[in-house]
Each structure stands twice: as structure tokens, then as C-alpha cells.
Design a protein around this ligand. Structure first.
Ligand SMILES: Nc1ncnc2c1ncn2[C@@H]1O[C@H](COP(=O)(O)OP(=O)(O)O)[C@@H](O)[C@H]1O
Ligand SMILES: [Mg+2]
Length: 337
């Protein structure tokens, strides 16, 4: 059975088309990851599922209930942990959770008992009675998470739960999410961190530009790509023009599927190749053009390569484009489905 079923969701903010006919199914009891760069539409999807935002069209079912008709029932079933929360700075964490418990209509006894459990579980004892204004990012996230879990939802929806956190807080949150999944809770989270989805997700969808561009089990998605990733650098590789020239040469080699210039690391190139033999051809072709290979590494494809194959750019490129750091032209999308 599916915990969440979205069909043909459309959502625009003014002239920005944030979701473009997006469909998605999240199986019950699954830890499901939405991976995508900033601006892909992840928050919009999660807010729609959590009934905080209505789509322009399409259907939303959560645990068999129509969220567009029966929003109240859906809210009871799920806990939503927003990406950015403006928590009250004057209240203490405990007071904030109490308020939240009252919103869920928990009895005082149940509420306090549950708060106690969560404080223990999330190791919040030392600071939960301090004012929220004094909390670090990690403490705040834990508090958000605890608040979202107060009513023991069967489904927890988290929007970029570990963004900006130190490694320790991040792994504490990962641990908890895995534990929840182990207890049968369906966990849906968004992230633009590849490692996070790799580490946690049983199943995933890659979201780009308001639609799903690939979905499935992470390691299968990588296997389906076949071939390997090669990262290479050539001598006298100093500027964009040269990198573009080398890119063209590589694209002319049979068995090379995708080539992108990785500008952040001093113009290296990432290629997806079909099989090992392609590497020798690659070297030959570059030598003929007067470029000798300076360094070359070969690895199994990552989720970034899945993204690359589908969109023609890396996640990092997509992030930079959104941040306005680079004027990156979207290459034509290939459909993976
Ligand atoms: N309230 C809003 N008003 C206008 N545009 C918005 C609003 N919220 C989101 N957008 C735009 O919709 C697109 C998807 O945004 P969002 O769902 O927040 O993506 P993500 O969470 O993946 O970063 C982006 O282009 C974003 O700029
Ligand atoms: Mg977001």
C-alpha cells in the first residue's frame, strides 16, 4: 500500500511554475528521499502533502485519504517538520512542545509523558528548559523534530532536516529517522545532499524543475546507468575555452555518454563512459589533439551521475545556477522514463 500518492500536481506562484504535472508514490513504511537542487520544487511538494498549500490541480492522497477534501484527517496522521522555522525565542523548548501538544489535543498526561520520552530520546535534557532564543541550529532542529513527533504520526515529513548542521547533530537526526522507519513510520524527507539520500533512503525520486526525473531504489538507479564515471584533468588546462575544447573532443569519442566541465575544481571534466576500453580511446583522442592526460580517476556512478545523465548538469552546477553564481544554461532534458 502507498502512504502517499500524488498525481499530476501543478502549482504556480505567479509566473513561476513550481510543479509541472508531478506524480509520485511513497510506499508505506518506507524511508523515502526527495533529492533535488534548490528551487526544484521540494518544499512545494512537502507543503502540499502536509495540507499547508493547495495545488492548482492534481490529486493528493495520504494514507488513502483525499488531502484536498479531508485535510483535518491528514493532519492528524502526519507530522511536518519545516525547512525554516521561526520558533518563539521567549518560550523554552519544553513550553513550546506543550503548546504543540495542545494543538494536537493531547491530554495533559499523554502530552507530558510524550514530551518526557522525546527529551530522553533526543538527548535534550540539558537545554530543553532554556529559552529557545539561546539554542544552536542543531538544538533547534531537534526541537522541531520532537514537536513534529509529539502525536506519534504514522508519517513524518521533513524538509531538509539537516541543512546547516554539524556532523554530530546530523548523525543524531539520521539515527532517529532510521529508528522511526524501523518502527514502521513512513519517513519522507527532502535534501539537496547526495550523501544524505545515499545514506538513508530506501527509495527516492530526483526532482528537477518541478518534476520527477528519475525514481527508484538508489543503488538500482546507479546500476541502471551502467558504465563508469571518469574524472580527468589535462595538462595546460587553464581556462574555460580550453576546457570546452577538451569537452568537445571527449564527446566525439564513441562510448562517452555525458561530459561536464567541473569548474570548481580547477576545470576537471566528468564523463560517463560505457565500458573500460573507452578510457584508452579517450587518452588517444586527447593526445591527437595535443592534450596529455594529467590525472584520471575512474569510479562507479553516483547519484550525481544519475542526475547528470537526466539533466545534462551536475547537482553542484544546478545549485550554483540557482545561487546566481553562474549563468548556467539548462541543456535539453533527456527523459529517463
Ligand atoms: N512563495 C513563493 N513565491 C514565489 N515563488 C516561489 C514561492 N515559493 C517557491 N517559489 C519558487 O518555486 C520554485 C520551487 O520552490 P521550492 O518548492 O521552494 O523548491 P525547493 O524546496 O526544491 O528549493 C522555485 O523557483 C521558487 O523560487
Ligand atoms: Mg526547499
Amino acid at each position: 500500500m502507498n502512504s502517499i500518492e500524488l498525481q499530476n500536481l501543478e502549482k504556480s506562484y505567479g509566473s513561476v511554475r513550481a510543479l509541472r504535472g508531478l506524480s509520485l508514490k511513497v510506499p508505506q513504511g518506507c524511508l523515502y528521499g526527495l533529492l533535488g537542487p534548490n528551487g526544484a520544487g521540494k518544499t512545494t511538494i512537502l507543503r502540499i502533502i502536509s495540507t499547508l498549500l493547495a495545488p492548482d490541480s492534481g490529486s493528493v492522497h495520504v494514507a488513502g485519504k483525499d488531502a484536498l477534501i479531508d485535510a483535518r484527517a491528514v493532519r492528524k496522521l502526519l507530522g511536518y517538520v519545516a525547512q525554516e522555522v521561526s520558533i518563539d525565542k521567549i518560550l523554552t523548548g519544553r513550553e513550546l512542545m506543550s503548546l504543540q501538544g495542545d494543538l494536537y489535543h493531547l491530554s495533559n498526561e499523554d502530552r507530558d509523558c510524550r514530551i518526557g520520552e522525546l527529551i530522553e530520546r533526543l538527548d535534550m535534557n540539558d537545554w530543553i528548559d532554556r529559552r529557545c532564543g539561546t539554542y544552536s541550529g542543531g538544538m533547534r532542529r531537534k526541537l522541531d523534530l520532537a514537536a513534529g513527533l509529539l502525536h506519534k504520526p504514522r508519517l513524518i515529513v521533513l524538509d531538509e532536516p539537516t541543512v546547516g548542521l554539524d556532523i554530530e547533530s546530523r548523525s543524531a537526526i539520521w539515527q532517529l529517522l532510521l529508528e522511526l522507519r524501523g518502527q514502521g513510520t513512513t519517513v519522507l524527507l527532502s535534501s539537496h545532499y547526495l550523501e544524505e539520500i545515499e545514506a538513508l533512503a530506501d527509495e527516492m525520486a530526483i526532482i528537477d524543475n518541478g518534476d520527477v526525473i528519475a525514481q527508484g531504489i538508489p543503488h538500482r538507479l546507479k546500476e541502471q546507468l551502467g558504465g563508469d564515471r571518469v574524472t580527468l584533468r589535462v595538462r595546460e588546462f587553464s581556462d574555460e575555452n580550453e576546457a570546452s575544447h577538451v569537452k568537445k573532443v571527449l564527446e566525439g569519442v564513441q562510448g562517452v555518454r555525458q561530459v561536464v566541465i567541473n569548474r570548481l575544481q580547477g576545470f576537471s571534466l566528468n564523463c560517463l563512459i560505457d565500458k573500460d576500453e573507452v578510457i584508452a580511446q579517450l587518452r588517444d583522442q586527447l593526445l591527437q589533439e595535443g592534450f596529455s592526460v594529467f590525472s584520471l580517476s575512474q569510479s562507479k556512478p553516483s547519484l550525481d551521475d544519475v542526475y547528470l545523465q537526466a539533466t545534462g548538469r551536475t547537482l553542484q552546477d544546478a545549485e550554483l545556477a540557482v545561487a546566481g553564481i553562474r549563468d548556467f544554461k539548462l541543456e535539453k532534458k533527456k527523459s529517463m522514463r
